[in-house]
Design a protein around this ligand. Sequence first.
Ligand SMILES: NC(=O)C1=CN([C@@H]2O[C@H](COP(=O)(O)OP(=O)(O)OC[C@H]3O[C@@H](n4cnc5c(N)ncnc54)[C@H](O)[C@@H]3O)[C@@H](O)[C@H]2O)C=CC1
Ligand SMILES: O=C(O)C1=NCCCC1
Length: 304
Amino acid sequence: MAEPPVLIRQDEVEGLLHYKDLIPRLEVALGKFSKLDSAEVIQPVRTTVPLQKYNGFLGLMPAYLVHEDILCTKLVCFYKRESGSTLPSTQATVLLFDPEYGNVKAVSMPMIIEQWPLDLLMPAKSEVLTILGAGHQALSHYNVFTETFSFKEVRVWSRRKETAERFAQSTQGHVTVWESVEEAVNGADVIVTVTGASEPVLFGQWVKPGAHVAAVGACRPDWRELDDVLMRQAKVYVDSREGAVAESGDIILSGAKVFAELGEVLNGTRPALREKTTVFKSLGMGIQDAVSAKLVFEQWKNKH
Ligand SMILES: NC(=O)C1=CN([C@@H]2O[C@H](COP(=O)(O)OP(=O)(O)OC[C@H]3O[C@@H](n4cnc5c(N)ncnc54)[C@H](O)[C@@H]3O)[C@@H](O)[C@H]2O)C=CC1
Ligand SMILES: O=C(O)C1=NCCCC1
């Protein structure tokens, strides 16, 4: 008889998951995904159930890594919230299965970053980091980017200035608050977009040539964070081409061409053009949650 699943809380996940252990495993998984070999990795495009009454969606994100024998699914509700709303805009649960028996071994929270610092795509000398948006993703991306690199300056902008100010007070290092996106991104080497916007907030004419944009928000086909100019002038990298052309409004509505999947860059089959303006559009991958859930569960077992 199968053991009942263990429940691993968010605070435990944060204590158990270390980026230095996780990132190499994520890179291997993304590389395998981009080889398009379904004998290795199975990850269908996310299924979404609209929650019209609440202006949101339930996303189902199953994944199976065959060689590693990791079967997992994330269930994520995400919403378009009104300015000033105190309700969460994303809530997710990850289920890790025993692939042979079919029972759930662990229920946990997802990892907290969707993009890890892409030194592959960032300008070689990256001194100024700008974060657009000041919510949960903003903080986790601030943490991982500043833990990994030494920026001379970190800036934040948000739709409401007080949210940006609260964000700046919550960070370990000094962050300056800016009142307009145009000023906040002026001269920035790396720009992380983590807003709940459904219309563009970042315009290509403001972006320094050669900058890297890590685009995390706008995960619906009719939502955008980036304008047509930026999408067409940049080299566009994605986590999954199939996902991007189905779900990314920034790509679908601008008609921008996808240059490469991140896994193709990791496999060496497509180049990382870091001297050009680059956009990495992430939508979230079930395999990322699968790899991190397995790691969290292993670490949890070592402790119990
Ligand atoms: N690519 C991926 O894998 C993932 C993407 N997301 C997306 O990232 C975005 C941020 O997520 P969280 O930080 O959890 O949300 P959050 O609600 O904690 O923060 C959102 C931030 O965006 C700002 N914002 C909201 N609407 C805006 C608008 N219309 N214009 C400008 N700014 C606006 C808010 O003021 C806040 O600062 C969401 O769109 C979410 O769906 C979240 C998780 C994973
Ligand atoms: O992968 C995720 O988690 C999410 N992706 C897009 C929308 C919000 C959550």
